[in-house]
Design a binder for this molecule. Sequence first.
Ligand code: SAM
Ligand code: SF4
Length: 334
Amino acid sequence: MVAPSTESLRDAHGRAISDLRVSVTDRCNFRCQYCMPAEGLPWLERAEILSFEEIERLVSVFVGLGIEDVRLTGGEPLVRRDFPALVARLAAIEGIADLSVTTNGYLLERDAEALVAAGIDRVNVSIDSLARDRFFEITRRDALPQVLRGLEAIAAHESVRPIKVNAVAMRDFTEREVSAFAELARTSDYQVRFIEFMPLDADRAWSQGAVLTGAEVRALIEREHPLREREREPSATARVFDFADGRGQIGFINPVSEPFCADCNRLRLTAEGKLRTCLFSVHETDLREPLRDGAGDDEIAAVIRDAVWRKELKHHVGEPGFRPPPRSMSAIGG
Ligand code: SAM
Ligand code: SF4
């Protein structure tokens, strides 16, 4: 059966697809242990990376197919030169309901104002430790104060809400951070969320045992603060809980212990223009070649529809024989 060509994007399992993550670079100024090796990775050549014009064109085609939420990521998106200019181009595309960026925050103090002026709707900042030495240990950069200044700089703009602070949870590391993150969630309006460690690290050090599950983190929090679960929004990746005393909320993204594949509405576009229909895809669809060969919007849309139709039913992390994809998280666009 081939992909139907009239309605909005849907896969063969009946899932409606409305969310696109666009990686704007594979480069990064951090070397987080769960993502990149200390020495970095072989970077893409400049000519391989989609230009701003090409990203804008592809995003317009996706939006024409029903994509409503566009998140810019990487690598570290803010290391891409003139990144706010790309945000401005995308913000001008009619039909995007939510334009957001995920960043490690290092350059956010510099760019917050320009991003807001360009029309960013929301910002997620990744912070794995609130202690300077432990932040250095995990990211291999002594950058916590700079990141916290970036977070404050973006939070000063009240139009950019909610601001999410995401921490990857790893066994024998994150347990000692849980209290401090709970405090942050209770004393600020940031939405703090823990993400389970996935087998997408370039060093291939992931093991099931290294995953500190969302349930375990929640149990640690509940020792001090009872939580009440909120009703889950359709296609939401996070389970969100309110602190029972009404002060703040906290979220858990549990792709390993509680896969949410059945509700997945996401696609990913890598920095060199490969469409990935699952974080763990082993097959990709090249959109750069048709784009550079002069294909029309309809032709590109047809290639996208076909790829989406074949979107994987589920990932197989933790199952016997599971093989991680050849690309690590920074080269996919998390
Ligand atoms: N550099 C930006 C940042 O760190 O926010 C954007 C790209 S980064 C790949 C996107 C998100 O993926 C970050 O929140 C990061 O913590 C998360 N991530 C990276 N590797 C991961 C892994 N192996 N398991 C779970 N999350 C991971
Ligand atoms: Fe860079 Fe983000 Fe990967 Fe850390 S998680 S190395 S900040 S791309």
